[in-house]
Design a protein around this ligand. Structure first.
Ligand code: G
Ligand code: G
Ligand code: MN
Ligand code: NA
Length: 254
């Protein structure tokens, strides 16, 4: 059975799950939310990476089913996190190009919010620059509808796609996620220092919040905190982990 054929079975068998990566405030170091990241627990192969199965699911269309499940599941889990922690926590969910083009996408988002009871302002949809540029008219209409629900929109992997700064003016975007390619060699790389400073300054002037991805070291954290990056995500803030483990981070033993 090919991996692709196995995917259909896997959905039925509930082999897909979500891991939650903590996102922290760069000033207080407090956990303010999570990014939901899909995993496939294959009965023989063990954990299969999304880098392997997301492209397949994007090709065969299963991403629509998987993505709808991920949105509903992440919103419901986060509602529970918020109740357990006694404070609001946001949840970021990745949206692929095919999901974004799907006519039912807005209904799926509305359902995820309604069924979970999560405050819509706590949901962040992560899209890439490519999604915006491939069909800007569709993107503009849909993003305005999403944004009218109070849902936030983040640009994932910012700086690596077909960047046109014009879309920052046109679309209701709430945050930029600086790709880990620009974080990796901080603080020693003079070029990455310059690129991060320009992105952070651009975001500040446009009133967008900033998230640095792939932050692994104390030195990277300090550089970003000093340059007023709002949020930090990466192995430094924590690995993507099972919901029970994520929950334990919110309720430190007394
Ligand atoms: O967690 P990890 O680094 O293995 O994720 C690899 C890639 O898979 C990332 O680019 C991430 O955006 C993508 N990915 C992870 N979970 C989801 C998901 O639920 N939906 C979509 N569309 N992409 C995801
Ligand atoms: O494209 P997206 O940003 O959604 O992908 C997130 C991916 O990055 C996930 O697969 C996650 O496991 C991975 N990741 C998260 N934190 C780090 C990190 O600090 N370093 C590296 N190398 N990868 C990370
Ligand atoms: Mn992402
Ligand atoms: Na990213």
């Amino acid at each position: 059975l090919s991996l692709e054929a196995a995917m259909f079975e896997a959905i039925r068998n509930g082999e897909f799950l979500l891991h939650y990566q903590p996102v922290i405030n760069a000033q207080t170091r407090e956990i303010v939310g999570f990014e939901a990241l899909m995993r496939w627990m294959h009965p023989e192969l063990g954990l299969v990476s999304p880098m392997q199965f997301i492209p397949m699911a994007e090709n065969n269309g299963l991403i629509n089913l998987l993505g709808a499940w991920a949105l509903k599941s992440a919103c419901a889990q986060t509602k529970y996190f918020c109740e357990a922690a006694g404070r609001p926590l946001h949840i970021s969910v990745n949206v692929s190009p095919r999901q974004f083009r799907n006519e039912q996408f807005l209904d799926i988002v509305d359902d995820a919010i309604a069924l979970s009871g999560l405050d819509s302002k706590l949901l962040v949809l992560e899209i890439t620059e490519g999604i915006l540029m491939s069909d800007p008219e569709h993107a503009e209409g849909l993003l305005h509808k999403i944004s009218s629900r109070g849902v936030q929109i983040a640009i994932d992997d910012f700086g690596t796609g077909y960047s046109s700064l014009a879309y920052l003016k046109k679309f209701p975007i709430t945050s930029l996620k600086i790709d880990r390619a620009f974080i990796k060699d901080l603080p020693s790389s003079v070029k990455d220092d310059a690129i991060c400073n320009v992105i952070l300054s651009l975001a500040k002037h446009l009133n967008l919040s900033t998230v640095a991805e792939g932050v692994e070291s104390e030195e990277q954290f300090e550089f970003l905190a000093r340059h007023n990056c709002d949020l930090i995500q990466g192995y430094y803030s924590g690995r993507p982990q099972r919901p029970e483990e994520a929950l334990a981070l919110l309720k430190p033993a007394a």
